[in-house]
Design a protein around this ligand. Sequence first.
Ligand code: PLP
Length: 435
Amino acid sequence: MAETVQQPIQENKAAIRRAFLRSCTPRTVDIQDPLIDPIVSRGHPNPAGLGEADRFSREGSWGQSSVLFPDLASYQAADETGVSPYGGAEYGVVLTPEADAVCRKIAALHGGFGAIICPSGLSAITTTIAAFAPRALLIPDNAYPPLLRYLRYKNICVFRYPSDASAGTVSVILREARREFRAARDIMIYLEAPGSGTFEIPDISGIAALAKSNGIISVMDNTWASHVRFKPITAGIDIVIQATTKYEGGYGDTPSGVVIAAQQAGFECLVDELRISGHGAVAPTTCARLLKRIDSTEARLDAHHETALQLVAWFQSQAFVADVLSPALPGSPCHTRFNEYFGKGNGLFSVVFRPTIPASQVAAFVEALNLFWVGESWGGHVSLVLPVCVQRELTSAPKGQVLRFHAGLEDASDLQRDLEQAARASFIPVINYAI
Ligand SMILES: *Cc1c(COP(=O)(O)O)cnc(C)c1O
């Protein structure tokens, strides 16, 4: 066994994966076959340019920077308003007609006034913060870690609230923040739910109402849910952020983030930020793909969810598992709020290993998997696994090693067999749940 680890893993592991794939259903093979050797596909899940994406590359504006006008008057009108007569901006880098179409579609799905699109989910977050320029943010303890890094880098003051906070708890923290930052516009109340890695949920409507009654802007990162599972504007949130890289695009080939404003004033502020900063240059091919994929988001989310439920049941029956984190589970601490806001899950869940299981054994389990790839950016067709380093200041973190799983669109029984064989290979006692 020790010898196996020291061999050049690539060839060896590719052979093992190929052998495992021969036992899988066509659905799983379709997704996994091009991935067997990530060195060949350069680690990209849509190799050889492009898979599904190829269809769209012949359509659209191709991101041409010049937009042409029939006469001077129509150009002058467009230059003044920033809007071309064809849809999109007068200048073809930000807000192309494709971007415009996606923004209108997503804004309508959320019941918002309007939306902008940025080149990534993170840039959607940072563009929103830059647009409203608060000096302090209230953020949940389980917020997406790159947000914290940005706030620290930009010297924006952070007040954390517990990941599962009530509106009352947040109001105490808000009072503290306002002693230092008196003007309402200096503060932004930021939500992300279910939060990254551990999926707790605060009182979303209560916090939105608190923000409103204080004249403070509320912003919610709704990436986990997408418009299919939750429309934060209906709960009173002012600004919604969606990393459309994830479920809306669904195949990992739509790096983008959308920001939806409930009201005109917020929308105008976001559009101004985009024009001034130039941060909205998203490839029109990405927008074209996204526009069409949005229609299948619900079907894909339901498939991810069904598979995740099966895999969660398997994990729950295993002796090496201390806990499975997912707000969709009836035993989860935030399940009541989950039902109130989201109703149904997605492909994500985290597994907490018993604290007695050493990190090396958990790592061996990960290494033995054939269909779950080690990789960031969940929400695509391919199943993923990633260690979660839970860093919390206010909320208690799980005791054992934590792995976050994303159930892809492969056949659920193939994925379960893969977990079973990896558990066996890493010497974790397996209970044969499937009989
Ligand atoms: C992935 C993610 C983002 C960032 O999206 P990118 O497109 O990868 O930049 C933002 N928020 C949450 C909650 C995410 O999971």
